[in-house]
Design a protein. Structure first.
Length: 131
């Protein structure tokens, strides 16, 4: 019975489709020295800015700035991002990111809070230099 139970847990813990498989995130994100947040409640998206090939910066109506790191690479130049729902959760929330040709569906793996525009500019420079 124990073997069957172990097999069951193994099956339910494996990703349901290939799209969900993510490589480990590049080291440059942990090198930022920022503390990731698990969840953002009542998220009201206002605008976004391209980060590097795996991240975007989003601003809320309340002027908070978040760095969203995705499970897989995205285009470095984008036209739009769509996030459904009002709560952001690392490892769960999905986003649709559109460039000129395609729309990619990605999972938000990490969420970092940035205290101001200066910090955002600093992070943008670092990420692009190390992309």
């Amino acid at each position: 019975a124990m073997k069957k139970l172990m097999l069951f847990f193994l099956l339910i813990s494996t990703p349901l489709c290939a799209d969900e498989v993510s490589e480990a995130l590049p080291d440059r994100y942990s090198q930022l020295g920022l503390e990731p947040v698990e969840q953002v409640f009542d998220f009201k998206y206002r605008s976004f800015r391209d980060g590097d090939r795996q991240s975007l910066f989003v601003r809320t109506r309340g002027r908070e700035i978040y760095l969203l790191v995705f499970n897989r690479p995205i285009n470095p130049r984008n036209k739009g991002i769509t996030i459904k729902g009002r709560n952001l959760r690392a490892g769960f929330t999905r986003a649709s990111i559109a460039d000129n040709q395609t729309t990619l569906s990605r999972r938000v793996e990490r969420i970092y809070t940035l205290e101001n525009r200066e910090k955002e500019n600093e992070v943008v420079k670092f990420l692009r230099a190390n992309d």
